[in-house]
Unconditional design. Structure first.
Length: 154
């Protein structure tokens, strides 16, 4: 649990810093598409992004519309298959993600004391879980046996 809270706190801190800046405020879907385009090998198509992210093609198109307006991606017809629209990276998109990565790094800057606290919290949580499981085993073993029809007639 402590590790989960630490991870969520890191994400929260990075998002808050991002929102406080003068730059664009992307939705989770827009950010997921942008990261997919920049962190995986091309080619990227609307159809492929929709399949990978398990969202509809119109939803991908709407997100790409916003990302295109911002200059973070550009779309181009596939010369080999005119039915496909290729999604391409831009310098402006690279700069945006580089800046966002810096926010995440700053949010994740932890001191040795922070790490020690997280480890101690994880150890306490593990010990509490072990105690609870032991108590549950003991209470189950100490419980009286259920009455049988023969016991009721005696």
């Amino acid at each position: 649990m402590a590790r989960n809270l630490k991870a969520l706190g890191l994400w929260r801190a990075a998002l808050i810093d991002s929102v406080r800046q003068a730059g664009p405020d992307l939705s989770a879907r827009q950010m997921a598409i942008l990261l997919q385009v920049y962190l995986t090998d091309p080619p990227h198509t609307v159809r492929g992004l929709a399949a990978i992210l398990n969202i509809s093609k119109p939803a991908v198109t709407r997100a790409l519309d916003r990302l295109s307006v911002l200059g973070f991606v550009k779309r181009k017809r596939d010369a080999e298959d005119k039915r496909n629209v290729l999604v391409q990276r831009t310098v402006k998109g690279s700069v945006f993600l580089s800046d966002f990565a810096e926010l995440v790094i700053r949010a994740g800057a932890v001191t040795p004391d922070d790490l020690a606290t997280v480890r101690a919290e994880e150890e306490m949580a593990a010990a509490a879980k072990a105690r609870l499981e032991a108590e549950m085993r003991t209470s189950t073993a100490d419980a009286p046996a259920p009455a049988t029809p023969a016991d009721a007639s005696a």
